[in-house]
Design a protein around this ligand. Structure first.
Ligand code: SPV
Ligand code: MN
Length: 627
């Protein structure tokens, strides 16, 4: 008899004990016992993924008051996070670094002993009087080379309920898992909560990642990106594992793009939060396979990828029936959906940019809200949080890709990297090869910060591969591994740079409509199969006007004017040169940056300078040769 399991027996009901003892893994008992001894819950609920257990968790999310079902559409619930808990919190999210270990100074970190002491102090007795819910799941489909088993202990029914929608069930996997299999663990507590069941001590919010034991600790927060250990927190652990083992764990969406003659091509895309990732993956007429986190492996020379998750934790702001018709439809249909940090009025959820006038009062994350209400920090409180979100299972989305659970994943034809770049990059371009694309678009991804973080917005920053916040190995090593990964493939995906946010430098107006991205995606699909040509510019291969004009007509039924093409695809030499300078400056500060990185940037700089000598600072695409 396992000693730890024996100790747990007295702290849980017989039914729960039976569910736990069926799992033949001493490490599981040990983790739960340590969590229980630390957090001291009144009860332990082991979820065995049976329909009854899944239903009970949803029931308790509502009964506990963490969610409310007071919405008109059946299946819809809402949840609020605290005023200071409306996004991922980079300041208090840290790696626990053992003495003698080195992590890039760019990564937030704390000495492991000190950090553990601090977080254990905060977690001590944190679950007193509450239930600790234990969930098992898998990252990636079960029984696949990609699978990573995981478990979460939390005292939040909302978190446990979100897990039902966002991840694949894993109790079965734990029953059958062989001894010694690596698995990830997370321990979360909302900490002290107020009368609305909202974490009440944001100043004591801490999210610490212990890569030594593959464990994530999170306390005094409920915002899903901070509290659901399997989002960006386990991604950090997965990146370490991936890079040890020669594969990639990425901040990607994956979509199935329909090409001519019934062909479907999978494209992955990396975008920083709130830069168009979900709205690209949810383009009408295409299918969505992944929305946020993806594992990529070389399987027999082919680049194959799976969705780590099984649902969407998506941004609501600006989702309306015109710009995102499919998402809007999902959100207004009876289905299991959790709305977080919306405005609730007349049994309806409301969010910013939903395409209609918002009510002047209601309930939101600040409590009773009325227009003009001021927040504790002296700022006017918007009707809904800018980072209001919806949580929904992909299976309930009508355009869910049928390969979602394929244990072998899908073959990636291309990968796009996109940021919020108002100044330099054209809306879509293709890298000359893997190395150029990875460096010029991925490692050079520059963006303006958005509301998905609880800090100042509108600052420019480099966000390499849109994953910089989560990279848990030296940054140079990360890029080196990426380059090597591509070189080992027999069939290398094309790499694209996209930019939905290019503005006119004088007037500041956006040069593209939000729907234009559908044309770019279709163009990429054609490029993967070599169906259209391209123009060789100093920064990459550009679409030809005729091809885009045809696609605009076909996809959006719009006439694409030549002058628009020229405005959008003119190479802005000086802006591009400045961008290279900023990127180079950034990488110069990274001690292990690979030399190829600077070579690619320098070559691009030379090409731009040469082109400027010949054609001036703003160069319309026709000046460049066809490939
Ligand atoms: C993001 O911010 O990139 C998200 C949401 O996808 S979170 O879970 O907060 O990471
Ligand atoms: Mn994300």
């Amino acid at each position: 008899m396992d000693e730890n399991l024996e100790k747990l027996r007295s702290r849980m009901s017989k039914v729960n004990y039976e569910k736990l003892s069926a799992i033949p893994h001493p490490e599981v008992y040990q983790f739960i016992l340590e969590a229980v001894e630390l957090c001291n819950p009144k009860e332990i609920f082991i979820c065995d993924d049976s329909p009854d257990d899944i239903a009970y968790i949803k029931h308790m999310a509502i009964a506990s008051g963490e969610e409310s079902a007071a919405l008109a559409i059946p299946g819809h619930t809402f949840h609020f996070d605290g005023y200071y808990d409306q996004g991922r919190d980079r300041e208090v999210t840290k790696f626990l670094v053992p003495k003698g270990d080195f992590l890039s100074p760019a990564l937030k970190q704390i000495d492991r002993d000190e950090g553990l002491k601090e977080i254990f102090e905060l977690l001590r007795d944190a679950m007193k009087g509450r239930t600790m819910i234990v969930r098992f799941l898998t990252l990636g489909p079960a029984n696949s080379p990609f699978t990573i088993p995981c478990m979460e202990c939390t005292d939040s029914w909302y978190v446990a309920h979100s897990v039902s929608l966002l991840y694949r069930r894993g109790y079965e996997t734990f029953l059958r898992m062989s001894r010694g299999t690596d698995f990830f663990k997370t321990l979360h507590s909302s900490g002290k909560v107020d009368e609305r069941m909202i974490s009440a001590e944001p100043e004591k919010k801490r999210i610490y990642i212990d890569y030594l034991t593959n464990t994530v600790y999170s306390v005094n927060t409920q915002y899903a990106g901070n509290s659901i250990g399997f989002k960006k927190l386990a991604l950090r652990l997965a990146i370490r594992k991936a890079h040890r083992e020669g594969w990639l764990a990425e901040h990607f969406m994956i979509m199935g793009v329909h090409g001519p003659n019934g062909r479907k091509t999978y494209l992955a895309g990396a975008f920083p939060s709130a830069c168009g990732k979900t709205s690209t993956a949810m383009l009408p007429g295409e299918t969505i396979l992944a929305d946020d986190i993806v594992y990529v492996r070389n399987i027999d020379g082919i680049c194959r990828a799976v969705n780590v998750e099984a649902g969407i934790f998506g941004i609501l702001q600006n989702v309306n029936s015109k710009d995102d018709p499919l998402i809007y439809q999902v959100l207004t249909t009876p289905n299991e959906i959790i709305f977080s940090n919306v405005l609730v009025k007349d049994a309806k959820p409301w969010w910013l940019g939903m395409g209609c006038e918002l009510p002047e009062s209601g309930i939101n994350f600040s409590g009773k809200w009325y227009k003009g209400k001021m927040g504790p920090n002296g700022k006017e409180i918007p009707a809904a949080s800018e980072n209001a979100r919806y949580t929904v299972s992909l299976k309930t989305v009508p355009n869910c890709d049928p390969e979602l659970d394929n244990p072998q994943g899908v073959q990636l034809g291309g990968i796009m990297f996109g940021g919020r770049d108002y100044r330099a990059y054209v809306p879509v371009q293709q890298g000359f090869d893997w190395k150029h694309g990875i460096i010029a678009y991925g490692a050079s991804l520059e963006t303006e910060t958005t509301f998905a973080l609880v800090e100042e917005i509108g600052k420019y920053e480099i966000n390499i591969m849109s994953i910089q916040d989560f990279i848990s190995i030296p940054l140079g090593q990360y890029i080196k591994n990426y380059l090597e990964f591509g070189e080992k493939l027999k069939k290398i995906p094309l790499v694209f740079g996209v930019n939905y946010f290019l503005r006119d430098l004088k007037t500041g107006e956006f040069l593209n409509d939000r729907c234009d991205k559908h044309v770019w995606v279709k163009w990429m699909e054609l490029r993967v199969h070599n169906d259209v040509g391209a123009i060789r510019s100093p920064t990459g291969l550009l679409p030809k006007y005729e091809d885009l004009a045809e696609l605009f007509k076909k996809v959006l039924n719009r006439v694409y004017k030549k002058e628009d093409y020229i405005r959008q695809f003119t190479i802005r030499v000086n802006e591009n040169l400045r961008k290279i300078k900023r990127v180079r400056e950034f990488w110069r500060g990274i001690p292990d940056a690979p030399p190829e990185l600077f070579e690619v940037l320098n070559e691009q700089e030379e090409r731009l300078i040469k082109a400027r000598e010949k054609f001036g600072n703003h160069i319309p695409p026709e000046n460049f040769p066809e490939e």
